[in-house]
Design a binder for this molecule. Structure first.
Ligand code: MOS
Length: 698
């Protein structure tokens, strides 16, 4: 048992501490870092998807007034480590995907740099590339593990026998497209090597983790941690794309290395973010359900095919949520990858869980319809008593409570479960439900310090706030651990000069950093009691959670959607989207609501709009800007509500909190697709649910 905090500041509806600075425009982002006399970096990107650069003619670019240098793979500095092919910027002539960096220009102004890159002429020896994902490829392979360290395949019981013998079976294939994270602030870095020859590098980088960036950069440039400082007070969104350093960070450091003493700014353009900053792999999900007539599952299986890049593997854990969701004695989950000549996929909000709950939750809806069972009731009937995967009890699991409260709030009772029966003013109207899940994760490493000075307590930890609220909730947690008013506490984050912190990823930030701060406070109070003096200081680190040995830990939720499909045009609208979540103790209701609503809005984008269209003939994402890669705007978001049920979980951490950054996106797309079926009778198994997919079948 670890729940020792008496919640006084925790649970309070406090405003964002960084809110005023952001609204007033005084919050400084990486590319705006005030530095003296910066140079500007712009890049040239490969126009072939596979092959070799045979010549880079830099003469015209170098001759342009204001150009300081042009970097190519022939003259760029050799990096100490090129093990990570995504990060081995300008280290060779081989092209692994279209959009890879093949040259860079440094100039006195951004305009000159931009003009100069257009003057660089690159000649390629193109090779035949392969960028077509399909489930029938003969070169699919099984990765050693899926993100982060799950086994790729699991088998329990005999799924084939369950499919052969169960009174009701369902088999269908679902797909989700390639998605790009698209935070508002593009990836950006200001980089400065000192001129003294000591080899000290400062990076002001837009990142979800200053220490992870430092670790990567020290490896690649063979530096000691003391030689690198990474600073990031504010992030204009990341959604996972800033969770691991991408080529842009190395490019910035490499460019600045050419001009010691002068800072260099390098920001990706929106279009460049479609090849250099990670993305969500497209997925092909073959689902099997074997059920009794009363809906209880005898078996559940998901076989996933997805892509990775030929130059670096990222294996998304799409099949993993199926392992924990429903009671079924026969289960199979598998992952197969196609290694293609495409950019490197990576984390995007709820990697695995988000796309991996689309197939299963639509399949459950199809099963409910086939059996004539209320889809809410079907899920309740399949609620497991323990985690089906490990046999451990859940530290807390309130999916059923979320379904019941959601049904109540949404007005689910009395729903006519037949599809395509409600036509109102020329619109087909339907409702749908889906479940959400996200694991409660704690990272193994994070340290915090607490000091007391002149009546104030100051916590320090290199945490990141990518809009999630760390600037605000970490003082709340620290104040409760100290037993002092939150107004007397500051927690400073976003700098490697603070103690080492884990990445803001896997919805683990509050759990991990909060636990480190609680440990630091324990140490502080042990040393100084409750009457500290100026200068008193203590530090503490996050410990492994022993309760994880005995309990499975996840947050759950239920999403309810109303969909209207225009009978003539097929236009799809979502007038209502209500989510109910069970995510432990909510540390700050105002900020939590914003996380849930943001996740659901992103899920709405996944349901109706988002798809990166990679043309296999060129390996190029053709809709590589926000004019053609559509995300929800205000007019698309109508009655969007997030609620939660109070959950008292003494096992997860001292705060009793579970992660909330990602669960809001999970299940949304399935709820919308299920509602679209209920409205029209057309079952869309391939996202997004666009008008061409719902109209022709009517
Ligand atoms: Mo989140 S995609 O784990 O940053």
């Amino acid at each position: 048992m670890t729940a020792t905090l008496e919640p006084r500041a925790i649970g309070r509806d406090l405003a964002r501490r960084d809110g005023a600075a952001k609204v007033r425009g005084t919050a400084v982002y990486a590319d705006e870092t005030p530095v003296a006399d910066p140079l500007f970096c712009r890049i040239v990107q490969a126009t072939v998807a596979r092959g070799r650069v045979t010549e880079v003619d830099t003469a015209d670019a170098a001759a342009l007034d204001g150009v300081v240098t042009v970097l190519t793979s022939t003259d760029a500095e050799r990096l100490a480590s090129t093990d990570d092919a995504e990060l081995a910027v300008l280290q060779g002539t081989e092209v692994g995907f279209r959009g890879q960096i093949v040259a860079a220009v440094l100039a006195e102004t951004d305009e000159v740099a931009r003009e100069a890159v257009d003057l660089v002429r690159v000649t390629y020896a193109a090779e035949e590339h392969d960028a077509r994902l399909a489930a029938d490829r003969d070169d699919l392979y099984t990765p050693e593990s899926v993100n982060p360290t799950y086994p790729p395949d699991t088998h329990e019981g005999d799924m084939a026998a369950a499919m052969a013998e169960a009174p009701m079976t369902l088999e269908a294939t679902y797909t989700t497209p390639m998605h790009h994270n698209n935070p508002m602030e593009p990836h950006a870095t200001t980089a400065l090597w000192d001129a003294s020859g000591a080899g000290h590098l400062t990076l002001w980088d837009s990142t979800q983790g200053v220490h992870p960036v430092r670790q990567t950069v020290t490896q690649i440039f063979a530096l000691e941690p003391e030689q690198v400082r990474v600073i990031c007070p504010f992030v204009g969104g990341g959604f996972g794309s800033k969770g691991t350093p991408h080529a842009n960070v190395i490019m910035a450091a490499l460019a600045a290395r050419a001009v010691p003493g002068r800072p260099v700014r390098f920001a990706l353009t929106r279009q460049q973010m479609f090849s250099l900053a990670g993305y969500r792999t497209p997925t092909i999900q073959r689902m099997q359900l074997a059920a009794e007539r009363d809906g209880r599952l005898r078996g559940i299986a998901i076989d996933v095919v997805e892509q990775t890049s030929r130059i670096k593997e990222f294996a998304e854990q799409t099949g993993v949520p199926t392992r924990n969701m429903y009671a079924a004695s026969n289960r199979r989950t598998t992952h197969r990858l196609a290694a293609l000549d495409v950019p490197v996929p990576s984390w995007m909000r709820a990697p695995g869980e988000c796309p991996g709950m689309f197939g299963p939750e639509v399949a459950m809806d199809e099963l409910a319809a086939a059996l004539g069972i209320d889809p809410v009731e079907l899920r309740i009937r399949n609620e497991p008593e323990v985690d089906p995967e490990t046999g451990k009890p859940f530290s807390s699991r309130n999916l059923v409570a979320c379904l019941r409260e959601g049904a109540e709030r949404f007005g689910w009772a009395g729903r006519d479960h037949r599809p395509g029966v409600r036509l109102e003013d020329g619109w087909w109207v339907g409702t749908g439900v889906a479940a959400s899940v996200y694991p409660t994760m704690r990272m193994p490493k994070s340290t915090a310090t607490v000091t007391y000075d002149a009546g104030r307590f100051v916590g320090r930890i290199g945490a990141a706030d990518l809009g999630t609220g760390a600037w605000t909730v970490l003082p709340q947690i620290t104040a409760d651990a100290l037993g002092v008013p939150v107004e007397d506490v500051d927690v400073l984050i976003g700098d490697t000069d603070h103690p080492e912190a884990s990445v803001a990823g896997g919805s683990s930030g509050t759990t991990t950093w909060g636990s480190a701060l609680v440990e630091a406070v324990r140490e502080f109070r042990d040393k100084y009691g409750d009457h500290p003096h100026d200068g008193d200081a203590a530090s503490g680190s996050v410990n492994p959670n022993a309760a994880e040995e005995d309990y499975a830990m996840s947050a759950f939720g239920a999403q309810f959607a109303e969909v209207r499909v225009h009978a003539d045009t097929g236009e799809v609208r979502v007038p209502r989207l209500h989510g109910v979540f069970a995510a432990g103790r909510i540390v700050n209701p105002r900020l939590a609501r914003s996380q849930f609503l943001g996740g659901m809005t992103m899920g709405l984008g996944m349901a109706l709009h988002e798809q990166s269209l990679l043309d296999p003939r060129t390996g190029h994402v053709v809709n590589h800007d926000l004019a053609e890669y559509h995300v929800p705007a205000n007019a698309d978001v109508d009655d969007l509500q997030a609620h939660w049920i109070d959950e008292d979980d003494p096992y997860v951490n001292a705060m009793g909190s579970k992660g909330i950054g990602e669960i809001g996106i999970v299940g949304t797309a399935a709820a919308v697709a299920n509602a679209a079926w209920h409205a029209t009778g057309v079952r869309v198994r391939d996202l997004p649910v666009t008008l061409d997919r719902v109209l022709p079948a009517r």
